[in-house]
Design a protein around this ligand. Structure first.
Ligand SMILES: N[C@@H](CCC(=O)N[C@@H](CS)C(=O)NCC(=O)O)C(=O)O
Length: 340
């Protein structure tokens, strides 16, 4: 077996299925925020969010934190973009340690709560950590944005956007499941498939979902209508990575994002929100997906070459989707209550 393939197989050994599919790993830290027994108190300057900028699941959490103004009360730590056999490493920090938690490997956070002090699965980002005790709090990327939008409301900035309006929650939750399974994770099902059949099934499901979304966005500025909601910030990370990496590296090549009339202008409409743009790193996506030792074999990148293209300057073009909205000047429904 080629070296890179062995690293891939070893990395995902707990998740590989006999039919060539790779399943989702269960989240290890799942305690909620709140004031009930067993819940983590909502407190400013206590928690630290850890991410790796190429990770789409972490990206949506970082966007939610920033849009809501929670960056003032929850700090951010960033791992390097290449995992080693023990997982993510804080290579970008002085002494290669997270300056607040003092850990070199993300795994150290997971080990503290793992049986025998050794976490055997893949330590994942995003994860919230408690800086008081140095323990992991929650790595359930699906629900962290919702905790930020609800339990953390007292610490939202003034006139923060309403990303999870009460009357739309049920619909948003449904879209979020669709987006996670068919898009965010769906594209990984294509890229990580280990049999032709698993690849083709995943390919079909993914592009069918893209068509559904493209059609929906023909008559709506954003997924739920006139304003950006939680569902949009979940769809965006996959779209931002699509043409630069997934199309080639994951062989998700039926169409490019730029081939979709509505999805492409919609993605730009989101990208032009400063808080979203500032966390979008096309160059990092290329280096992470094209050079990571466990991902290189997916694309047969034996000589470790980073593709020069595609040209991403098109992201700067105007989205021209205001005409779809009853409130063309405003992309967000702003919260009426004033918070601290
Ligand atoms: N834990 C989540 C998603 C989070 C996740 O998979 N994050 C990736 C990065 S995008 C990660 O941290 N992987 C750890 C690794 O590959 O060692 C799941 O499996 O649904």
């Amino acid at each position: 077996m080629a070296e890179g393939v062995e690293i891939f197989e070893n990395t995902f050994r707990h998740q590989i299925q006999s039919d060539g599919e790779i399943t989702i790993q269960e989240n290890f830290f799942r305690d909620k925020f709140g004031d009930k027994e067993g819940e983590w108190p909502v407190e400013p300057d206590r928690y630290r969010l850890l991410w790796m900028p190429a990770c789409p699941h972490a990206h949506k959490v970082v966007i939610a934190r920033r849009l809501l103004g929670l960056d003032r009360v929850i700090s951010l730590g960033t791992t390097g973009i290449y995992r080693d056999p023990k997982g993510w490493v804080f290579t970008e920090d002085p002494g290669e340690k997270d300056p607040v938690l003092g850990i070199h490997y993300l795994k150290e956070l997971y080990d503290r709560d793992a049986p025998g002090g050794d976490y055997k699965e893949r330590p994942t980002v995003p994860i919230l950590a408690d800086t008081f005790t140095g323990r992991g709090v929650n790595n359930d990327h699906f629900w962290i944005p919702v905790y930020f939008e609800t339990a953390w409301k007292p610490y939202h900035k003034k006139s923060a956007p309403e990303l999870y309006p009460a009357d739309l929650r049920e619909e948003i939750d449904q879209w979020n499941h669709f987006i996670f399974h068919r898009i965010n994770n769906g594209v990984y099902d294509i890229g990580f498939a280990r049999s032709q059949a698993a690849y083709e099934t995943a390919y079909h499901l993914f592009f069918e979902a893209m068509d559904i979304l493209d059609k929906r966005l023909e008559s709506r500025r954003f997924l739920l209508g006139d304003y950006i909601t939680d569902s949009d910030i979940r769809l965006y990370p996959t779209l931002a990575r699509f043409d630069v990496v997934y199309h080639q590296v994951f062989k998700a090549n039926k169409k490019r994002l730029t081939d979709y009339k509505n999805l492409w202008s919609y993605a730009r409409d989101l990208y032009h929100v400063p808080e979203i743009k500032e966390s979008t790193y096309f160059d990092i996506y290329k280096r992470h997906y094209q050079l990571s030792p466990h991902l290189k074999p997916l694309w047969g990148n034996v000589h470790s070459i980073v593709a020069k293209g595609p040209d991403v300057s098109g992201w700067e073009l105007q989205a021209d989707r205001e005409f779809l909205s009853r409130n063309p000047k405003e992309k967000f429904l702003l919260q009426e209550e004033q918070h601290v």
